[in-house]
Design a protein around this ligand. Structure first.
Ligand SMILES: NC(=O)c1ccc[n+]([C@@H]2O[C@H](COP(=O)([O-])OP(=O)(O)OC[C@H]3O[C@@H](n4cnc5c(N)ncnc54)[C@H](OP(=O)(O)O)[C@@H]3O)[C@@H](O)[C@H]2O)c1
Length: 253
């Protein structure tokens, strides 16, 4: 099997960014690939626009995925020769609304199709990556796997109700990752998980709701990417998983 990334030695450093068209992911990739000791970045997306391609340095490998089980499995197969080289995984996928789906205000708005669609993007796809990356991450190499969740997925913190699909799918994501983190401590001792709430960030996902955000509370993708990379670098092996916000503060599960 040919390596998808040309790296010079076995101690090479690889960062995998999934859902790479996300505005926060783009800012992350730009920071990662522009850093002094820059890792080789593998960016995975459903499709890369011409502008997204132009946004990335030449040390970024672009891979397309339709996020079916088969596609995720095949990409992780391709990554197997890089076992022991991956230091960071960022799973950025998330959906709050699309042309057909809006967050539900009341129980009458809930539909099976919408629940399925939102759960697929927010919980099923990230979990399939965690499943198929296991052989790539197995071993002792330190690696932080970050999945983008949301404070609204906290069951304890749910005071306001509404947004059924998004809320419940992020709660499901959190539980899936917490369960995977327990298993990973046995087979990939260097892997830690961060379940990350970026704060309200100026991206297409939050666009329809930004008028409700107080002044100074709408972050730029660049700010969030910087905060996340600082938090990832400060992560220690003491915790197998944490649910934290952009400020590094723990969020109740
Ligand atoms: N923006 C906020 O205020 C905010 C707040 C809390 C949490 N978050 C979370 O932060 C993460 C990044 O979001 P963002 O704000 O950067 O949003 P964004 O720019 O709208 O990016 C959307 C992301 O979701 C993926 N995606 C969208 N529809 C999909 C579908 N049908 N199937 C598979 N993947 C799909 C995209 O992947 P492709 O690259 O494959 O297109 C991309 O990674 C999300 O998980 C989101 O829930 C955001």
């Amino acid at each position: 099997m040919t390596n998808i990334i040309q790296v010079e030695d076995s101690s090479a450093n690889i960062a995998i960014v999934i859902g790479a068209s996300s505005k926060i992911a783009i800012a992350l990739i730009q920071r990662l690939s522009g850093a002094n000791a820059s890792p080789n970045v593998v960016a995975i997306s459903r499709q890369f626009s011409a502008t997204a391609r132009a946004d990335f340095d030449s040390n970024v490998t672009l891979l397309q995925s339709d996020y079916t089980d088969k596609s995720i499995r095949e990409i992780c197969e391709q990554l197997k020769p890089h076992k022991g080289q991956v230091s960071h995984v960022f799973i950025c996928n998330g959906m709050l609304h699309d042309a057909d789906i809006s967050p539900e205000k009341r129980v009458d708005d809930v539909s099976g199709d919408n629940l399925h669609g939102v759960f697929q993007v927010n919980a099923v796809i990230p979990m399939l990556w965690v499943k198929y990356l296991k052989p790539v991450l197995a071993g002792k190499r330190n690696c932080v796997v970050t999945a983008f969740s949301a404070r609204i997925g906290s069951i304890e913190d749910n005071q306001r109700g509404g947004w059924y699909s998004y809320r419940a799918s992020k709660a499901a994501l959190n539980m899936l990752l917490k369960t995977a983190a327990i298993e990973y401590t046995r087979i990939a001792k260097g892997v830690r998980f961060l379940v990350f709430h970026p704060g309200t960030t100026d991206t297409p996902l939050s666009k329809p709701f930004q008028k409700f955000v107080s002044e100074g509370k709408l972050f730029t993708p660049e700010f969030v990417a910087g905060r996340l990379l600082d938090l990832v670098e400060a992560e220690t092996v003491d915790n197998s998983i944490r649910f934290i916000d952009w400020d590094g503060k723990s969020i109740p599960w």
